[in-house]
Write a protein that binds this ligand. Sequence first.
Ligand code: GAR
Length: 217
Amino acid sequence: MAEDMHPHKYKKIVVLVSGGGTNLQALIDAQNRGELGNGRITCVISSKPDAYALVRAKNAGIPSRVIQRKAFPDTAAYSAAMLEAFYEEYADLIVQAGFMTILDETICRAYPNKMMNVHPALIPSFCGKGYYGLHVHEAALEKGVKVTGATVHFVTEVCDGGPIILQKAVDIRQDDTPETLQRRVMEEAEWKILPQAVKLFCEGKLTVRGNKVYIKE
Ligand code: GAR
């Protein structure tokens, strides 16, 4: 067995998805280019059975699971099922990549500074409850801001409020629609900073003190 493939030598990454999975694809592509450090995507969990992200996982030969919210009576029961799956997968890092279902605080308490999320705006702008997917870009255009972007942060009990790992700005154009802006934020920001943040984590280069993330040079 090659040294870097030894089960104890690499970090197991579980990616949570709900939709198209372009951020998952960015992670898969980075892994294939050898750009995830010693991280390996070992499992993809979808909250939706028809998410295209599941096709991307299959094409990449990555095992997947579907854990649907409607199969559980409440958020607590759903979160408990997710937590059990993380334990079964021996997850070292959990990445929310377009995961649209609410989990409760038991999850981030079980994986403190070991769960990250990509958000399609420059937090603390356009974040928190109700700000997800296209709604985020609609709100940015409605406000008339000239610059938006994306943020990767650790997940805490506060929605979109955890320590910020990386951010990247994207200029807004006068003729942008929510759809064109969403696409450009993905291309110019999300697909770059999410794999970068995962790599930094897997290399042990992220330290959290208080609400700040320090990156080792
Ligand atoms: C991405 O823009 C991601 O930042 C956003 O949903 C999209 C998922 O796209 N996530 C959120 O809004 C979470 N609050 P994808 O499935 O193609 O990666």
